[in-house]
Design a protein around this ligand. Sequence first.
Ligand SMILES: Nc1ncnc2c1ncn2[C@@H]1O[C@H](COP(=O)(O)OP(=O)(O)OP(=O)(O)O)[C@@H](O)[C@H]1O
Length: 351
Amino acid sequence: MRETESNNKVLLGMSGGTDSSVAALLLQDAGYEVTGITFRFYEKENDTEYLEDARALCERLNIPHLTYDVRDTFRKTIIDYFINEYMAGHTPVPCTLCNNYLKWPLLKKISDEMGIYHFATGHYVRRRFINGCYHITTGVDPDKDQSFFLWGLPQEILQRMLLPMGNLTKARVREIAAERGFLKAAHKRDSLGVCFCPMDYRTFLHKELPEGSILPGKFFDEMGNFIARHKGYPFYTIGQRRGLGIDLNRAVFVKEIIPAENKVILSDLKALEKTEMRLKEWHITNPALLLNKDDIIVKIRYRKQANRCTVTLQPDNTLHVQLHEPLTAIAPGQAAAFYRDDVVLGGGIII
Ligand SMILES: Nc1ncnc2c1ncn2[C@@H]1O[C@H](COP(=O)(O)OP(=O)(O)OP(=O)(O)O)[C@@H](O)[C@H]1O
């Protein structure tokens, strides 16, 4: 980095969407010298309208706009991982991986190269300094909070990030865009789910994999009794109830996936309850705030779930999570994020 001390320059990740567009306005209002950058992660049918939108906005604000092609890296580290995880019988977390290992590290790397101190996004999260470390905290809009995806960021990123959306609701962000005459940005639809797979992931796997990669197999109960045929194990995820295509006189859920035998084991909901899990590839912001405490909340889903737990570091360098109440549908590959109140303390990938 050419300039090591803090400066008023900021590199803003711009997707062409509402949030990062308003982020550009707000950062400029706050006196920052903004440079917009749009990463070419993935382009469906070569649609580059998002690039044009980001560029047009930067032109109106009279700020520089860069594009950065990372389609190869994104393909290898995110899309291939996504496909391979389903083929391994796991439930992948592409947005968590992209944010923690690609999007934010790239913002830092390019900022360093350009002598820009801050980098920013339109994420609905905030940041707080606690006991000598920066932490991600939840955004004020509970419907938009994205803290669940950002547990893996190191201090060198946390200390330099700016998060202009954190104190706003999405409704207010749309109002700001409209008030300032940025009508296209004001009325853009929210992006839904995984950017490269907005459709059902099963359709995506069909499209991406050579024919014959996924073959029909069998559903069994926990006792090993055959129940019915299924369309191929990658099409099912732990905890799934709907779309199994079988009609029993009781509710059944996916309990286990055995790729080597193309088997899917079904059970009642009770059998899916677990009171512990293990995490790999974990990150902890400040171990003193998280490990061996009994007031930690763990979330394994973006919405509507929060369980108390105690987290300990194991000799094999995994994290052990002891749940205070049972939790259903814990799937390998999913992420677990730790919180105390609104503060993200870390997370990891479920083994
Ligand atoms: N292609 C991209 N290039 C650069 N930054 C990006 C890109 N995609 C997303 N970002 C940044 O990451 C933030 C979060 O992206 P995400 O897709 O999760 O949210 P979003 O609600 O769709 O945001 P937006 O309304 O800005 O599109 C965006 O606000 C933006 O700052």
